[in-house]
Design a protein around this ligand. Sequence first.
Ligand code: DX5
Ligand code: ZN
Length: 231
Amino acid sequence: MDKHPVKLAPSILAADFARLGEQVAEAERAGADRIHVDVMDGHFVPNLSMGAPIVASLRQVTRLPLETHLMISDPDFFLEEFADAGSDSFLVHWEGNANLHRTLQRIKILGKRAGVVINPATPATALEEILQDVEQVLIMTVNPGFGHQHFIHTTLPKVRRVRQMIDEIGLSCDLEVDGGVDSETAPLAVAAGANVLVAGTSIFGEREGVAAAMGRLRAAIQLWDKQPQRV
Ligand code: DX5
Ligand code: ZN
């Protein structure tokens, strides 16, 4: 845990869009490390979400890094627009991208952080030839497209394997998980080696409010950290 302090990335997909600025400011005050923006095109995933104007509006209300998770068929077409709007990093999927290396190069040319995402059915070995070129890996712990889904526990051995791969090469790459992260599953992901947790419903969907929800997540992670034998 000391080696990989855990960062929280609230996903605004679960926020109240009528109060988006307010909710993001609350997350920032409560110690969020970055804001996760889920972009869906109704083609790569069977759902629509948001585009660059949301990023531009968020840029006005928060100083936190805005990480943009592109669940779209042609990420290259939209990189510049999101970069201009204020995205600080891009997470692009391994699946369906015949020229992933080129996409990552384009992100770097724009001066942004580049991350690669793998879906639950994609093996860790898919990352072997690309790991050196990214600053972040995101392992989907649900199938992408919707918030409020159940964490897929069979992805945990893959998180462990990717943590080993990152450590073996000696990279400082972030290892992030996304989907179904709550106070039950967050400690499992951290124990497997994740150091960034995306959480939508368990942060923005709680009646108790954003700050209390984030406090609960952090407490769950710390509790686990004190009991490493349970890993
Ligand atoms: C799913 C998205 C996630 C989603 C997570 O396709 O990539 O970022 O917002 O939502 P929860 O935390 O509710 O599972
Ligand atoms: Zn996401």
